[in-house]
Design a protein around this ligand. Structure first.
Ligand SMILES: Cc1cc2nc3c(=O)[nH]c(=O)nc-3n(C[C@H](O)[C@H](O)[C@H](O)COP(=O)(O)OP(=O)(O)OC[C@H]3O[C@@H](n4cnc5c(N)ncnc54)[C@H](O)[C@@H]3O)c2cc1C
Length: 365
């Protein structure tokens, strides 16, 4: 049965959720405080590096790996479809990731074998880092996208499929409706009531706030900062490289992303000189030519932080027609396609308790 569904928040989770719901025949209205793919207020999806891999997946629990691996396997085809349907190329590139020591090699090998990933001890011959470090691990299946362009493609696809997209429309925190176990409307800051049969919360780091005092979730903003460089003339970076919490990603336009950090500073989306210097020092340690290179841009974003990096994909405990798809923390880009599919299954009453159990609603204490 087709339903009118409001999706609240137009980052990667909102766009992919809207896509999955439309593919199942629902009428979707995507409501976004700013612009889809915008970045004025620290929206995470625009700010992300675009790596489609949980960096050190063996350090995460199975529910994170389950969504990540399923999504990684879907992304290539999804991006191709977006390109064909919209003419916008999300810049999906499967050029691999070089993991440099120190890392837990035994755990990494066990993970690769469990999830069917290839691993090779040697870096590819063309890698700038080949032979520089003992015991690197080369993961050829790791891919990345360019997040702002992926979001632009998703927005265009949703419009072509007849979704309503309300930008510059801020939703207010939900008010208590004591007499009912169903939501019928959600009020905007401009004073309009948006009505629907069902609602999905995809407001990232703001999801807890938007639930008002309606059993808020333990989702909190965790700031990350990124730097942007031009490729150095001699040492070309041709794949993702990761070392001790720091990564660099080569973009198709010849620029390099370098990040990131985890900062528990509330909703302060300033960038700091101190963190900029720390990231620049790590970049220069890996690619010495970057030591004197200008930093072209420096930005931040708020990850929707959640315990164990496990998102909530569940119905609200009180409002039966309010669903949550949020709290993807460090890997929302990576986990989005499979999370959106699971949410759409839930809305259709098609998801098993076993599939959903790990992502259950656990209200903040
Ligand atoms: C520096 C950095 C690097 C990262 N790199 C990666 C990476 O390489 N790979 C990866 O998988 N993940 C990465 N992440 C994590 C990833 O970006 C997030 O997990 C993901 O983007 C979360 O998506 P979201 O849609 O839940 O949140 P967001 O993208 O933040 O979207 C939430 C949306 O809700 C809107 N909103 C908020 N309040 C309201 C309201 N009241 N009314 C209407 N709309 C509202 C916001 O404007 C926003 O557009 C990175 C994050 C950061 C910060």
């Amino acid at each position: 049965m087709s339903r009118n569904i409001i999706v609240a928040g137009g980052g990667i989770l909102g766009c992919m959720t809207a896509m999955s719901l439309i593919q199942r025949g629902h009428q979707v209205t995507l409501v976004e405080r700013g612009q889809i793919g915008g970045h004025g207020q620290g929206e995470a999806s625009w700010a992300a590096a675009g790596i489609l891999f949980p960096l050190l997946p063996w350090a995460y629990v199975e529910p994170v790996n389950r969504l990540a691996v399923a999504s990684m396997r879907a992304y290539g085809e999804l991006c191709q479809r977006l390109l064909e349907d919209t003419g916008i190329d999300p810049e999906y590139q499967q050029d691999g990731m070089l993991l440099l020591p120190d890392y837990k090699r035994e755990q990494a090998l066990a993970w690769a074998s469990q999830y069917g990933f290839s691993e090779q001890a040697a870096a590819p011959a063309h890698s700038f880092a080949a032979n520089l470090y003992d015991d690197p691990m080369w993961l050829p299946e790791v891919a990345h996208v360019r997040p702002p362009v992926l979001l632009a493609a998703l927005k265009q696809w949703l419009l072509q499929q007849g979704a309503a997209i309300l930008e510059n429309t801020e939703l207010l925190p939900l008010a208590a409706a004591p007499e009912s176990d169903r939501l019928t409307r959600w009020q905007t800051r401009a004073g309009h009531d948006l009505e629907a049969d069902a609602f999905v919360m995809t407001a990232g780091a703001w999801s807890g706030l938007l639930l008002g005092d309606q059993q808020p979730l333990p989702i909190k903003p965790m700031r990350g900062q990124m730097l942007l460089y031009a490729q150095p003339p001699q040492q070309k970076l041709t794949h993702i490289v990761f070392r001790e919490g720091f990564y660099m990603v080569p973009r198709r336009d010849g620029l390099i992303l370098a990040g990131s950090c985890l900062e528990d500073v509330g909703f302060d989306h300033a960038v700091t000189d101190d963190m900029g210097s720390q990231l620049a020092a790590k970049a220069a340690a890996l690619l010495p030519e970057l030591a004197d290179a200008p930093i072209l841009a420096h930005w931040s974003g708020f990850r929707p932080g959640s315990p164990d990096n496990v998102p909530t994909i569940a119905a609200h405990p009180r409002y039966k027609n309010l669903y949550i798809n949020s709290g993807h923390f460090r890997y929302g880009l990576t986990m989005a396609p499979a999370s959106a599919e699971l949410l759409a299954d839930l809305v259709q009453d098609n998801a098993s308790e076993g599939e959903l159990a790990a992502y259950a609603y656990r209200a903040a204490e």
